[in-house]
Design a protein. Structure first.
Lengths: 312, 333
Protein backbone atom coordinates (compact mmCIF):
# COMPACT_ATOMS: atom_id res chain seq x y z
CA UNK A 1 0.00 0.00 0.00
CA UNK A 2 2.79 2.37 0.95
CA UNK A 3 4.34 2.07 -2.50
CA UNK A 4 1.03 2.74 -4.17
CA UNK A 5 0.76 6.15 -2.55
CA UNK A 6 2.36 8.81 -4.66
CA UNK A 7 5.15 10.89 -3.16
CA UNK A 8 3.67 14.07 -1.74
CA UNK A 9 3.67 16.95 -4.14
CA UNK A 10 5.89 19.38 -2.32
CA UNK A 11 8.60 16.76 -1.87
CA UNK A 12 9.00 16.34 -5.59
CA UNK A 13 10.90 19.54 -6.09
CA UNK A 14 10.76 22.04 -3.28
CA UNK A 15 13.38 24.43 -4.52
CA UNK A 16 13.12 24.00 -8.25
CA UNK A 17 11.77 26.89 -10.23
CA UNK A 18 8.12 26.41 -11.06
CA UNK A 19 7.65 25.45 -14.69
CA UNK A 20 4.32 26.96 -15.52
CA UNK A 21 2.85 26.35 -18.94
CA UNK A 22 2.47 29.39 -21.14
CA UNK A 23 -1.25 29.25 -20.81
CA UNK A 24 -1.00 29.40 -17.01
CA UNK A 25 1.39 32.36 -17.26
CA UNK A 26 -0.98 34.28 -19.51
CA UNK A 27 -3.82 33.46 -17.13
CA UNK A 28 -1.84 34.77 -14.17
CA UNK A 29 -1.04 38.02 -15.97
CA UNK A 30 -4.66 38.41 -16.96
CA UNK A 31 -5.86 37.85 -13.41
CA UNK A 32 -3.46 40.49 -12.10
CA UNK A 33 -4.87 42.84 -14.72
CA UNK A 34 -8.48 42.15 -13.71
CA UNK A 35 -7.62 42.57 -10.03
CA UNK A 36 -5.93 45.92 -10.74
CA UNK A 37 -8.96 46.94 -12.79
CA UNK A 38 -11.24 46.03 -9.91
CA UNK A 39 -9.17 48.07 -7.49
CA UNK A 40 -8.52 51.17 -9.59
CA UNK A 41 -11.13 51.58 -12.31
CA UNK A 42 -14.16 52.28 -10.10
CA UNK A 43 -12.06 54.77 -8.13
CA UNK A 44 -10.73 56.56 -11.21
CA UNK A 45 -14.06 57.05 -12.97
CA UNK A 46 -16.07 60.15 -12.07
CA UNK A 47 -18.46 59.69 -9.17
CA UNK A 48 -21.48 60.56 -11.28
CA UNK A 49 -20.92 57.38 -13.32
CA UNK A 50 -21.95 55.25 -10.37
CA UNK A 51 -25.22 57.10 -9.82
CA UNK A 52 -28.43 56.61 -11.75
CA UNK A 53 -28.87 59.19 -14.50
CA UNK A 54 -31.44 59.88 -17.20
CA UNK A 55 -29.03 58.62 -19.87
CA UNK A 56 -30.28 55.03 -19.89
CA UNK A 57 -29.30 52.36 -22.40
CA UNK A 58 -26.57 54.36 -24.12
CA UNK A 59 -24.67 52.09 -26.50
CA UNK A 60 -20.91 51.68 -25.97
CA UNK A 61 -18.52 54.52 -26.83
CA UNK A 62 -21.05 57.31 -26.41
CA UNK A 63 -20.77 60.37 -24.16
CA UNK A 64 -17.66 59.07 -22.48
CA UNK A 65 -19.26 55.79 -21.48
CA UNK A 66 -16.80 53.27 -22.84
CA UNK A 67 -19.10 50.29 -22.38
CA UNK A 68 -22.41 52.16 -22.49
CA UNK A 69 -24.96 52.56 -19.71
CA UNK A 70 -27.59 50.33 -18.13
CA UNK A 71 -31.30 50.57 -17.39
CA UNK A 72 -30.76 53.23 -14.74
CA UNK A 73 -28.20 55.18 -16.72
CA UNK A 74 -25.23 53.98 -14.72
CA UNK A 75 -21.92 53.53 -16.50
CA UNK A 76 -21.38 49.89 -17.37
CA UNK A 77 -17.58 50.02 -17.08
CA UNK A 78 -17.95 51.22 -13.52
CA UNK A 79 -20.59 48.58 -12.79
CA UNK A 80 -18.60 45.74 -14.28
CA UNK A 81 -15.49 46.48 -12.28
CA UNK A 82 -17.22 47.23 -9.01
CA UNK A 83 -18.99 43.93 -9.63
CA UNK A 84 -15.54 42.41 -10.01
CA UNK A 85 -14.68 43.70 -6.53
CA UNK A 86 -17.61 41.86 -4.98
CA UNK A 87 -17.21 38.70 -7.03
CA UNK A 88 -13.47 38.42 -6.49
CA UNK A 89 -13.82 39.25 -2.81
CA UNK A 90 -16.50 36.62 -2.26
CA UNK A 91 -14.53 34.10 -4.33
CA UNK A 92 -11.28 34.67 -2.48
CA UNK A 93 -12.74 34.90 1.01
CA UNK A 94 -15.05 31.95 0.46
CA UNK A 95 -12.18 29.88 -0.86
CA UNK A 96 -10.13 30.81 2.23
CA UNK A 97 -12.94 29.60 4.48
CA UNK A 98 -13.10 26.40 2.45
CA UNK A 99 -9.35 26.09 2.70
CA UNK A 100 -9.41 26.43 6.46
CA UNK A 101 -12.21 23.90 6.99
CA UNK A 102 -11.03 21.49 4.30
CA UNK A 103 -7.42 21.50 5.46
CA UNK A 104 -8.38 21.01 9.09
CA UNK A 105 -10.73 18.14 8.35
CA UNK A 106 -8.27 16.60 5.90
CA UNK A 107 -5.35 16.76 8.32
CA UNK A 108 -7.37 15.39 11.22
CA UNK A 109 -8.77 12.56 9.09
CA UNK A 110 -5.45 11.65 7.51
CA UNK A 111 -3.35 12.01 10.63
CA UNK A 112 -5.70 10.39 13.10
CA UNK A 113 -6.72 7.61 10.71
CA UNK A 114 -8.88 4.71 11.78
CA UNK A 115 -12.37 5.41 12.96
CA UNK A 116 -12.09 9.19 12.87
CA UNK A 117 -10.85 9.04 9.30
CA UNK A 118 -13.65 6.73 8.33
CA UNK A 119 -16.29 8.88 9.95
CA UNK A 120 -15.03 12.15 8.44
CA UNK A 121 -14.71 10.71 4.95
CA UNK A 122 -18.19 9.19 5.04
CA UNK A 123 -19.40 12.61 6.15
CA UNK A 124 -17.69 14.15 3.14
CA UNK A 125 -19.25 11.54 0.84
CA UNK A 126 -22.69 12.25 2.25
CA UNK A 127 -22.30 16.00 1.88
CA UNK A 128 -21.24 15.51 -1.72
CA UNK A 129 -24.54 13.80 -2.41
CA UNK A 130 -26.96 16.38 -1.01
CA UNK A 131 -28.13 19.23 -3.22
CA UNK A 132 -26.11 22.19 -1.99
CA UNK A 133 -28.60 24.84 -3.02
CA UNK A 134 -31.02 23.86 -0.29
CA UNK A 135 -28.28 24.29 2.31
CA UNK A 136 -27.20 27.67 1.01
CA UNK A 137 -30.76 28.95 1.00
CA UNK A 138 -31.49 27.68 4.48
CA UNK A 139 -28.29 29.06 5.96
CA UNK A 140 -28.71 32.46 4.34
CA UNK A 141 -32.31 32.72 5.46
CA UNK A 142 -31.87 31.42 8.95
CA UNK A 143 -28.68 33.28 9.71
CA UNK A 144 -29.12 36.71 8.19
CA UNK A 145 -31.19 38.46 10.84
CA UNK A 146 -29.48 37.04 13.94
CA UNK A 147 -26.00 37.65 12.54
CA UNK A 148 -26.82 41.23 11.62
CA UNK A 149 -28.03 41.97 15.13
CA UNK A 150 -25.12 40.14 16.67
CA UNK A 151 -22.66 42.20 14.65
CA UNK A 152 -24.43 45.42 15.60
CA UNK A 153 -24.61 44.74 19.29
CA UNK A 154 -21.41 42.90 20.07
CA UNK A 155 -19.13 45.19 18.15
CA UNK A 156 -21.00 48.46 18.69
CA UNK A 157 -18.64 51.34 18.27
CA UNK A 158 -15.85 49.40 16.58
CA UNK A 159 -15.26 49.11 12.85
CA UNK A 160 -16.68 45.60 12.89
CA UNK A 161 -20.16 47.03 13.51
CA UNK A 162 -19.95 48.50 10.03
CA UNK A 163 -19.99 44.96 8.72
CA UNK A 164 -23.67 44.75 9.67
CA UNK A 165 -24.48 46.47 6.39
CA UNK A 166 -22.73 43.70 4.54
CA UNK A 167 -24.17 40.83 6.57
CA UNK A 168 -25.47 39.07 3.51
CA UNK A 169 -22.09 39.05 1.82
CA UNK A 170 -20.41 37.86 5.01
CA UNK A 171 -22.92 35.05 5.39
CA UNK A 172 -22.60 34.15 1.72
CA UNK A 173 -18.84 33.92 2.07
CA UNK A 174 -19.10 31.60 5.03
CA UNK A 175 -21.91 29.53 3.53
CA UNK A 176 -20.14 29.01 0.24
CA UNK A 177 -16.88 28.28 2.04
CA UNK A 178 -18.66 25.74 4.18
CA UNK A 179 -19.92 24.04 1.05
CA UNK A 180 -16.85 24.01 -1.13
CA UNK A 181 -14.42 22.46 1.33
CA UNK A 182 -15.15 18.85 0.43
CA UNK A 183 -12.66 18.38 -2.40
CA UNK A 184 -9.99 20.15 -0.38
CA UNK A 185 -10.53 17.79 2.55
CA UNK A 186 -10.18 14.73 0.33
CA UNK A 187 -7.01 15.92 -1.34
CA UNK A 188 -5.35 17.05 1.88
CA UNK A 189 -6.24 13.77 3.58
CA UNK A 190 -4.65 11.83 0.74
CA UNK A 191 -1.49 13.90 1.01
CA UNK A 192 -1.32 13.53 4.78
CA UNK A 193 -1.69 9.77 4.44
CA UNK A 194 1.26 9.75 2.08
CA UNK A 195 3.40 12.10 4.19
CA UNK A 196 2.64 10.25 7.40
CA UNK A 197 4.28 7.13 6.01
CA UNK A 198 7.55 8.92 5.29
CA UNK A 199 10.65 8.50 7.48
CA UNK A 200 10.90 12.13 8.58
CA UNK A 201 7.57 11.92 10.33
CA UNK A 202 8.58 8.74 12.13
CA UNK A 203 11.85 10.46 13.03
CA UNK A 204 10.03 13.44 14.43
CA UNK A 205 7.85 11.17 16.46
CA UNK A 206 10.82 9.15 17.68
CA UNK A 207 12.39 12.39 18.85
CA UNK A 208 9.35 12.87 21.04
CA UNK A 209 7.62 15.71 19.26
CA UNK A 210 3.96 16.26 20.01
CA UNK A 211 1.28 15.59 17.44
CA UNK A 212 0.47 19.24 17.20
CA UNK A 213 4.08 20.13 16.50
CA UNK A 214 4.39 17.41 13.89
CA UNK A 215 1.31 18.71 12.14
CA UNK A 216 2.25 22.37 12.24
CA UNK A 217 6.00 22.13 11.74
CA UNK A 218 6.35 19.10 9.50
CA UNK A 219 3.11 18.38 7.69
CA UNK A 220 1.71 21.84 6.98
CA UNK A 221 4.76 23.20 5.13
CA UNK A 222 4.71 20.11 2.94
CA UNK A 223 1.04 20.60 2.23
CA UNK A 224 1.46 24.21 1.12
CA UNK A 225 1.80 23.28 -2.55
CA UNK A 226 -1.37 21.23 -2.79
CA UNK A 227 -3.28 23.75 -0.76
CA UNK A 228 -2.27 26.57 -3.09
CA UNK A 229 -3.36 24.56 -6.12
CA UNK A 230 -6.76 23.74 -4.71
CA UNK A 231 -7.17 27.29 -3.43
CA UNK A 232 -6.87 28.51 -7.02
CA UNK A 233 -9.37 25.89 -8.12
CA UNK A 234 -11.83 26.65 -5.30
CA UNK A 235 -11.98 30.39 -6.06
CA UNK A 236 -13.77 29.93 -9.41
CA UNK A 237 -16.10 27.35 -7.88
CA UNK A 238 -17.14 29.78 -5.14
CA UNK A 239 -17.48 32.63 -7.63
CA UNK A 240 -19.69 30.43 -9.78
CA UNK A 241 -21.92 29.58 -6.82
CA UNK A 242 -22.17 33.21 -5.79
CA UNK A 243 -23.03 34.47 -9.25
CA UNK A 244 -25.56 31.67 -9.63
CA UNK A 245 -27.29 32.81 -6.44
CA UNK A 246 -27.10 36.46 -7.47
CA UNK A 247 -28.48 35.52 -10.86
CA UNK A 248 -31.48 34.00 -9.12
CA UNK A 249 -31.76 37.18 -7.06
CA UNK A 250 -30.78 35.41 -3.84
CA UNK A 251 -27.17 36.54 -3.54
CA UNK A 252 -25.75 39.92 -2.67
CA UNK A 253 -28.18 42.82 -2.39
CA UNK A 254 -28.89 44.79 -5.54
CA UNK A 255 -27.09 47.88 -4.26
CA UNK A 256 -23.78 45.96 -4.27
CA UNK A 257 -24.02 44.35 -7.69
CA UNK A 258 -21.83 41.34 -8.36
CA UNK A 259 -21.26 39.78 -11.76
CA UNK A 260 -24.20 37.47 -11.24
CA UNK A 261 -26.52 40.44 -10.66
CA UNK A 262 -25.21 42.21 -13.76
CA UNK A 263 -25.72 39.09 -15.85
CA UNK A 264 -29.25 38.77 -14.55
CA UNK A 265 -29.92 42.37 -15.60
CA UNK A 266 -28.30 41.69 -18.95
CA UNK A 267 -30.29 38.53 -19.60
CA UNK A 268 -33.54 40.35 -18.79
CA UNK A 269 -33.12 42.98 -21.49
CA UNK A 270 -32.38 40.49 -24.27
CA UNK A 271 -35.48 40.48 -26.44
CA UNK A 272 -36.30 40.25 -30.15
CA UNK A 273 -37.41 43.87 -30.51
CA UNK A 274 -34.40 45.73 -29.23
CA UNK A 275 -31.50 43.97 -27.66
CA UNK A 276 -29.14 45.89 -25.41
CA UNK A 277 -26.42 43.37 -26.09
CA UNK A 278 -23.66 45.24 -24.28
CA UNK A 279 -25.36 44.72 -20.92
CA UNK A 280 -24.95 40.99 -21.41
CA UNK A 281 -21.81 40.63 -23.48
CA UNK A 282 -19.38 42.71 -21.38
CA UNK A 283 -20.12 41.24 -17.94
CA UNK A 284 -20.36 37.77 -19.49
CA UNK A 285 -17.01 37.98 -21.23
CA UNK A 286 -15.20 39.48 -18.23
CA UNK A 287 -16.62 36.86 -15.92
CA UNK A 288 -16.03 33.88 -18.18
CA UNK A 289 -12.47 34.92 -19.00
CA UNK A 290 -11.72 35.38 -15.31
CA UNK A 291 -13.12 31.98 -14.42
CA UNK A 292 -11.26 30.42 -17.32
CA UNK A 293 -8.01 32.07 -16.26
CA UNK A 294 -8.44 30.85 -12.69
CA UNK A 295 -9.09 27.30 -13.84
CA UNK A 296 -6.17 27.37 -16.26
CA UNK A 297 -3.90 28.73 -13.56
CA UNK A 298 -5.04 26.06 -11.12
CA UNK A 299 -4.54 23.28 -13.65
CA UNK A 300 -1.17 24.72 -14.63
CA UNK A 301 0.01 24.91 -11.02
CA UNK A 302 -1.10 21.34 -10.42
CA UNK A 303 0.73 20.11 -13.50
CA UNK A 304 3.85 22.06 -12.54
CA UNK A 305 3.87 20.68 -9.02
CA UNK A 306 3.10 17.13 -10.02
CA UNK A 307 3.53 16.14 -13.63
CA UNK A 308 1.95 12.74 -13.01
CA UNK A 309 -1.36 14.46 -12.39
CA UNK A 310 -1.61 15.11 -16.10
CA UNK A 311 -2.56 11.50 -16.54
CA UNK A 312 -5.58 11.96 -14.37
CA UNK B 1 -29.43 -9.90 -9.46
CA UNK B 2 -33.20 -9.88 -9.08
CA UNK B 3 -32.76 -9.95 -5.33
CA UNK B 4 -30.42 -7.01 -5.56
CA UNK B 5 -32.90 -4.97 -7.56
CA UNK B 6 -35.74 -5.79 -5.20
CA UNK B 7 -33.64 -4.89 -2.17
CA UNK B 8 -32.68 -1.59 -3.74
CA UNK B 9 -36.28 -0.76 -4.47
CA UNK B 10 -37.11 -1.59 -0.89
CA UNK B 11 -34.35 0.72 0.27
CA UNK B 12 -35.97 3.43 -1.83
CA UNK B 13 -38.88 3.40 0.62
CA UNK B 14 -36.49 4.07 3.49
CA UNK B 15 -34.70 6.82 1.60
CA UNK B 16 -37.98 8.50 0.72
CA UNK B 17 -39.17 8.33 4.29
CA UNK B 18 -35.94 9.89 5.51
CA UNK B 19 -35.95 12.76 3.03
CA UNK B 20 -39.65 13.47 3.49
CA UNK B 21 -39.14 13.70 7.24
CA UNK B 22 -36.07 15.86 6.87
CA UNK B 23 -37.73 18.20 4.39
CA UNK B 24 -40.80 18.44 6.57
CA UNK B 25 -38.72 19.46 9.57
CA UNK B 26 -36.34 21.78 7.72
CA UNK B 27 -39.01 23.82 6.00
CA UNK B 28 -40.58 24.46 9.39
CA UNK B 29 -37.34 25.37 11.09
CA UNK B 30 -36.90 28.08 8.48
CA UNK B 31 -38.37 31.36 9.71
CA UNK B 32 -41.52 32.62 8.02
CA UNK B 33 -44.68 30.84 6.95
CA UNK B 34 -46.48 30.26 3.64
CA UNK B 35 -49.13 32.90 4.36
CA UNK B 36 -46.82 35.68 5.50
CA UNK B 37 -47.57 38.84 3.60
CA UNK B 38 -46.69 42.47 4.05
CA UNK B 39 -49.98 42.92 5.84
CA UNK B 40 -50.96 40.54 8.55
CA UNK B 41 -54.00 38.40 7.76
CA UNK B 42 -57.01 38.56 10.06
CA UNK B 43 -56.92 35.69 12.54
CA UNK B 44 -60.09 34.07 11.26
CA UNK B 45 -58.85 33.97 7.66
CA UNK B 46 -55.49 32.63 8.69
CA UNK B 47 -57.24 29.93 10.67
CA UNK B 48 -59.33 28.96 7.66
CA UNK B 49 -56.22 28.85 5.46
CA UNK B 50 -54.34 26.68 7.91
CA UNK B 51 -57.31 24.35 8.10
CA UNK B 52 -57.68 24.16 4.36
CA UNK B 53 -54.02 23.30 3.84
CA UNK B 54 -54.07 20.89 6.76
CA UNK B 55 -51.58 22.89 8.75
CA UNK B 56 -53.57 23.35 11.94
CA UNK B 57 -52.97 19.94 13.37
CA UNK B 58 -56.59 18.80 13.51
CA UNK B 59 -56.10 16.24 10.76
CA UNK B 60 -55.09 12.69 11.24
CA UNK B 61 -56.07 9.55 13.06
CA UNK B 62 -56.61 9.16 16.74
CA UNK B 63 -53.37 7.28 17.42
CA UNK B 64 -51.42 9.94 15.54
CA UNK B 65 -53.07 12.58 17.70
CA UNK B 66 -52.17 10.77 20.87
CA UNK B 67 -48.61 10.15 19.81
CA UNK B 68 -48.25 13.74 18.72
CA UNK B 69 -49.72 14.97 21.96
CA UNK B 70 -47.10 13.02 23.83
CA UNK B 71 -44.28 14.13 21.60
CA UNK B 72 -45.40 17.71 21.26
CA UNK B 73 -46.03 18.77 24.79
CA UNK B 74 -43.09 21.13 24.95
CA UNK B 75 -43.15 24.67 23.67
CA UNK B 76 -40.45 23.71 21.17
CA UNK B 77 -42.76 21.87 18.82
CA UNK B 78 -45.26 24.71 18.72
CA UNK B 79 -43.10 26.43 16.19
CA UNK B 80 -43.00 28.64 13.21
CA UNK B 81 -45.90 27.63 11.09
CA UNK B 82 -48.56 30.14 12.09
CA UNK B 83 -50.44 28.87 15.10
CA UNK B 84 -49.93 25.26 14.20
CA UNK B 85 -50.57 23.43 17.40
CA UNK B 86 -48.78 20.19 16.84
CA UNK B 87 -45.98 19.43 14.48
CA UNK B 88 -46.02 15.70 15.12
CA UNK B 89 -49.68 15.45 14.33
CA UNK B 90 -49.25 17.31 11.05
CA UNK B 91 -46.35 15.06 10.20
CA UNK B 92 -48.28 11.87 10.72
CA UNK B 93 -51.26 13.06 8.76
CA UNK B 94 -48.93 14.21 5.94
CA UNK B 95 -47.18 10.86 5.74
CA UNK B 96 -50.62 9.21 5.76
CA UNK B 97 -51.69 11.32 2.78
CA UNK B 98 -48.45 10.53 0.98
CA UNK B 99 -49.06 6.83 1.43
CA UNK B 100 -52.38 7.33 -0.32
CA UNK B 101 -50.59 8.98 -3.20
CA UNK B 102 -51.86 12.45 -2.28
CA UNK B 103 -49.12 15.07 -2.33
CA UNK B 104 -51.59 17.68 -1.03
CA UNK B 105 -52.35 21.22 -2.15
CA UNK B 106 -49.65 23.72 -2.88
CA UNK B 107 -49.83 26.69 -0.53
CA UNK B 108 -48.47 29.04 -3.17
CA UNK B 109 -50.35 27.99 -6.28
CA UNK B 110 -53.71 27.98 -4.56
CA UNK B 111 -56.26 25.40 -5.62
CA UNK B 112 -53.74 23.32 -7.50
CA UNK B 113 -52.58 20.07 -6.04
CA UNK B 114 -48.93 19.15 -6.07
CA UNK B 115 -49.84 16.03 -8.05
CA UNK B 116 -51.36 18.21 -10.74
CA UNK B 117 -48.46 20.69 -10.83
CA UNK B 118 -45.85 17.97 -11.08
CA UNK B 119 -47.94 16.07 -13.63
CA UNK B 120 -47.85 19.11 -15.89
CA UNK B 121 -44.25 20.20 -15.42
CA UNK B 122 -42.34 16.96 -14.99
CA UNK B 123 -42.84 15.80 -18.62
CA UNK B 124 -41.37 19.09 -19.90
CA UNK B 125 -38.34 18.77 -17.66
CA UNK B 126 -37.91 15.13 -18.56
CA UNK B 127 -38.01 15.86 -22.29
CA UNK B 128 -35.45 18.65 -21.93
CA UNK B 129 -33.29 16.71 -19.51
CA UNK B 130 -33.49 13.51 -21.54
CA UNK B 131 -32.35 15.28 -24.66
CA UNK B 132 -29.54 17.00 -22.76
CA UNK B 133 -28.54 13.69 -21.20
CA UNK B 134 -28.29 11.97 -24.56
CA UNK B 135 -26.26 14.85 -26.01
CA UNK B 136 -23.98 15.04 -22.98
CA UNK B 137 -23.27 11.33 -22.69
CA UNK B 138 -22.75 10.57 -26.37
CA UNK B 139 -20.66 13.66 -27.17
CA UNK B 140 -18.73 13.44 -23.93
CA UNK B 141 -17.81 9.78 -24.36
CA UNK B 142 -16.84 10.25 -27.97
CA UNK B 143 -14.78 13.36 -27.21
CA UNK B 144 -13.01 11.64 -24.34
CA UNK B 145 -12.04 8.67 -26.52
CA UNK B 146 -10.94 11.01 -29.29
CA UNK B 147 -8.71 12.98 -26.92
CA UNK B 148 -7.24 9.86 -25.31
CA UNK B 149 -6.28 8.29 -28.61
CA UNK B 150 -4.55 11.49 -29.69
CA UNK B 151 -2.80 12.09 -26.42
CA UNK B 152 -0.82 15.34 -26.23
CA UNK B 153 -1.50 16.10 -29.86
CA UNK B 154 -3.30 19.15 -31.11
CA UNK B 155 -6.72 17.47 -31.06
CA UNK B 156 -6.32 16.36 -27.45
CA UNK B 157 -5.09 19.74 -26.27
CA UNK B 158 -7.86 21.59 -28.04
CA UNK B 159 -10.52 19.24 -26.70
CA UNK B 160 -9.25 19.60 -23.15
CA UNK B 161 -8.96 23.39 -23.40
CA UNK B 162 -12.51 23.46 -24.68
CA UNK B 163 -13.55 21.28 -21.76
CA UNK B 164 -12.08 23.69 -19.20
CA UNK B 165 -13.89 26.46 -21.05
CA UNK B 166 -17.23 24.66 -20.95
CA UNK B 167 -16.82 23.92 -17.25
CA UNK B 168 -15.79 27.49 -16.41
CA UNK B 169 -18.61 29.28 -18.18
CA UNK B 170 -21.91 28.83 -16.36
CA UNK B 171 -25.21 28.15 -18.14
CA UNK B 172 -26.60 31.54 -17.20
CA UNK B 173 -23.93 33.03 -19.45
CA UNK B 174 -24.11 30.51 -22.28
CA UNK B 175 -27.93 30.54 -22.26
CA UNK B 176 -28.51 34.24 -23.01
CA UNK B 177 -25.51 34.31 -25.37
CA UNK B 178 -26.90 31.30 -27.25
CA UNK B 179 -30.26 33.04 -27.55
CA UNK B 180 -28.55 36.19 -28.76
CA UNK B 181 -26.55 34.31 -31.40
CA UNK B 182 -28.80 31.47 -32.57
CA UNK B 183 -32.25 32.89 -32.04
CA UNK B 184 -31.95 36.63 -32.56
CA UNK B 185 -28.97 37.28 -34.85
CA UNK B 186 -29.31 33.98 -36.73
CA UNK B 187 -32.93 32.96 -36.32
CA UNK B 188 -32.47 29.17 -36.41
CA UNK B 189 -34.15 28.34 -33.12
CA UNK B 190 -37.12 29.93 -31.35
CA UNK B 191 -36.21 32.43 -28.62
CA UNK B 192 -38.00 30.55 -25.90
CA UNK B 193 -41.19 28.84 -24.90
CA UNK B 194 -42.33 25.34 -25.60
CA UNK B 195 -43.38 24.50 -29.17
CA UNK B 196 -42.43 21.04 -30.28
CA UNK B 197 -39.14 19.20 -30.09
CA UNK B 198 -37.22 21.83 -32.05
CA UNK B 199 -37.70 24.42 -29.31
CA UNK B 200 -35.96 22.08 -26.86
CA UNK B 201 -32.77 21.66 -28.88
CA UNK B 202 -31.05 24.93 -27.99
CA UNK B 203 -31.83 24.72 -24.25
CA UNK B 204 -30.73 21.09 -24.25
CA UNK B 205 -27.42 22.03 -25.87
CA UNK B 206 -26.85 24.77 -23.31
CA UNK B 207 -27.79 22.45 -20.46
CA UNK B 208 -25.55 19.68 -21.77
CA UNK B 209 -22.41 21.75 -22.44
CA UNK B 210 -20.72 21.60 -19.02
CA UNK B 211 -21.57 17.93 -18.65
CA UNK B 212 -20.08 17.13 -22.04
CA UNK B 213 -16.88 18.57 -20.64
CA UNK B 214 -17.03 16.65 -17.35
CA UNK B 215 -17.74 13.38 -19.12
CA UNK B 216 -15.04 13.99 -21.73
CA UNK B 217 -12.42 14.60 -19.03
CA UNK B 218 -13.48 11.57 -17.05
CA UNK B 219 -13.59 9.42 -20.17
CA UNK B 220 -10.15 10.58 -21.33
CA UNK B 221 -8.51 9.80 -17.99
CA UNK B 222 -10.11 6.42 -17.73
CA UNK B 223 -9.38 5.56 -21.36
CA UNK B 224 -5.71 6.50 -20.98
CA UNK B 225 -5.45 4.23 -17.97
CA UNK B 226 -7.16 1.38 -19.78
CA UNK B 227 -5.06 1.74 -22.92
CA UNK B 228 -1.93 1.03 -20.88
CA UNK B 229 -3.26 -2.32 -19.65
CA UNK B 230 -2.02 -5.71 -20.83
CA UNK B 231 -5.14 -6.92 -22.57
CA UNK B 232 -4.97 -3.93 -24.89
CA UNK B 233 -1.39 -4.83 -25.78
CA UNK B 234 -2.62 -8.34 -26.51
CA UNK B 235 -5.39 -7.02 -28.71
CA UNK B 236 -2.92 -4.88 -30.61
CA UNK B 237 -0.44 -7.73 -30.88
CA UNK B 238 -3.12 -9.85 -32.46
CA UNK B 239 -3.30 -7.21 -35.15
CA UNK B 240 -6.68 -5.73 -34.43
CA UNK B 241 -7.23 -2.36 -36.06
CA UNK B 242 -6.86 0.54 -33.59
CA UNK B 243 -10.53 1.44 -34.00
CA UNK B 244 -11.58 -1.98 -32.91
CA UNK B 245 -9.13 -1.95 -29.99
CA UNK B 246 -10.38 1.36 -28.65
CA UNK B 247 -14.09 1.22 -29.28
CA UNK B 248 -14.67 -2.45 -28.74
CA UNK B 249 -12.20 -3.65 -26.16
CA UNK B 250 -11.01 -0.63 -24.24
CA UNK B 251 -14.26 1.32 -24.18
CA UNK B 252 -16.09 -1.47 -22.40
CA UNK B 253 -13.70 -1.24 -19.46
CA UNK B 254 -12.93 2.45 -19.56
CA UNK B 255 -16.56 3.50 -19.52
CA UNK B 256 -17.20 2.18 -16.00
CA UNK B 257 -16.29 5.36 -14.05
CA UNK B 258 -18.32 7.36 -16.55
CA UNK B 259 -21.34 5.14 -15.92
CA UNK B 260 -21.26 5.86 -12.21
CA UNK B 261 -21.15 9.58 -13.02
CA UNK B 262 -24.05 9.23 -15.44
CA UNK B 263 -26.44 7.82 -12.81
CA UNK B 264 -26.76 10.92 -10.61
CA UNK B 265 -26.37 13.11 -13.69
CA UNK B 266 -29.48 11.59 -15.27
CA UNK B 267 -31.45 12.22 -12.09
CA UNK B 268 -30.23 15.81 -12.02
CA UNK B 269 -31.00 16.55 -15.63
CA UNK B 270 -34.38 14.83 -15.78
CA UNK B 271 -35.74 16.78 -12.82
CA UNK B 272 -35.09 20.08 -14.50
CA UNK B 273 -32.75 23.01 -14.28
CA UNK B 274 -33.89 26.31 -12.83
CA UNK B 275 -31.51 28.43 -14.90
CA UNK B 276 -32.08 26.92 -18.33
CA UNK B 277 -35.82 26.64 -17.84
CA UNK B 278 -36.16 30.25 -16.73
CA UNK B 279 -33.88 31.62 -19.47
CA UNK B 280 -35.72 29.72 -22.21
CA UNK B 281 -39.08 30.22 -20.57
CA UNK B 282 -39.97 26.53 -20.40
CA UNK B 283 -42.71 25.36 -18.05
CA UNK B 284 -40.62 22.72 -16.29
CA UNK B 285 -40.23 21.85 -12.63
CA UNK B 286 -36.66 23.10 -12.20
CA UNK B 287 -37.72 26.30 -10.50
CA UNK B 288 -39.86 24.64 -7.86
CA UNK B 289 -36.90 23.46 -5.86
CA UNK B 290 -35.81 27.00 -5.09
CA UNK B 291 -39.17 28.73 -5.25
CA UNK B 292 -40.95 26.33 -2.96
CA UNK B 293 -38.29 26.98 -0.34
CA UNK B 294 -38.62 30.74 -0.80
CA UNK B 295 -42.42 30.53 -0.58
CA UNK B 296 -42.29 28.08 2.32
CA UNK B 297 -44.45 25.85 0.14
CA UNK B 298 -43.70 22.74 2.13
CA UNK B 299 -45.87 20.28 0.26
CA UNK B 300 -44.65 21.30 -3.17
CA UNK B 301 -41.07 21.02 -1.91
CA UNK B 302 -41.93 17.61 -0.52
CA UNK B 303 -43.26 16.52 -3.90
CA UNK B 304 -40.20 17.79 -5.75
CA UNK B 305 -37.87 16.10 -3.30
CA UNK B 306 -39.76 12.82 -3.60
CA UNK B 307 -39.52 12.93 -7.40
CA UNK B 308 -35.82 13.82 -7.28
CA UNK B 309 -34.91 11.09 -4.81
CA UNK B 310 -36.89 8.47 -6.69
CA UNK B 311 -35.02 9.36 -9.86
CA UNK B 312 -31.70 9.39 -8.05
CA UNK B 313 -32.13 5.96 -6.49
CA UNK B 314 -33.56 4.54 -9.68
CA UNK B 315 -30.81 5.90 -11.93
CA UNK B 316 -28.12 4.67 -9.57
CA UNK B 317 -29.75 1.28 -9.74
CA UNK B 318 -29.68 1.38 -13.52
CA UNK B 319 -26.00 2.39 -13.38
CA UNK B 320 -25.20 -0.53 -11.09
CA UNK B 321 -27.00 -2.98 -13.33
CA UNK B 322 -25.18 -1.57 -16.35
CA UNK B 323 -21.95 -2.16 -14.45
CA UNK B 324 -22.58 -5.88 -14.20
CA UNK B 325 -23.55 -6.11 -17.83
CA UNK B 326 -20.30 -4.41 -18.89
CA UNK B 327 -18.00 -6.17 -16.49
CA UNK B 328 -19.00 -9.73 -15.72
CA UNK B 329 -16.59 -9.93 -12.82
CA UNK B 330 -18.71 -7.51 -10.81
CA UNK B 331 -21.34 -9.25 -8.75
CA UNK B 332 -24.20 -7.44 -7.13
CA UNK B 333 -25.49 -8.56 -3.79
Amino acid sequence: MAEAIAPPLALVAPSQRLHLSWIARISLAYLVLVACGAIFIPALLPDSFARPSPAQFLPPMTEGHLLGTDLNGRDLLQRVFSGARISLLVGLAGALVALFVGTSVGIVAGYAGGRIDNFLMRLVDTLYAVPRLIFILLLVYVAEQPVREWLRETFAGTWLAGLAEYTKIVILIFTLGLIEWLTMARIVRGQVLALKALPFVSAARALGQTHRRIVTRHLLPNLAGVITVYLTLTIPAVMLDESFLSFLGLGVDASQASWGTLLDDGAKVINPIKSYWWLLVFPASLMSTTLLALNFLGDGLRDALDPRQRER
Amino acid sequence: MLGFILRRLLALVGVLWAVVTLTFLLIRVTPGGPFDRERKLPASIEKELLKRYKLDGTEGRAWGTRLAANLGRGEGTRIFMGNACSLGQQYFSYVGDLLHGDLRLSTKYRDRSVNEILGQTLPVSMALGGLAFVIASLTGIWLGCYAATRRDQVGDNLAMLGAVGAISVPTFITGPIAILCFALLLPIFPVGGLAGVWSLVLPALVLAAPYVAYIARLMRTSMLETLSLDFIRTARAKGLPEREVVYRHALKVAILPVISFLGPLAANLLTGSIVVESIFNLPGMGGFFVNSILNRDGFLLGGVVIVYCTFLVFMNLVADVAYTLLDRRIKLY
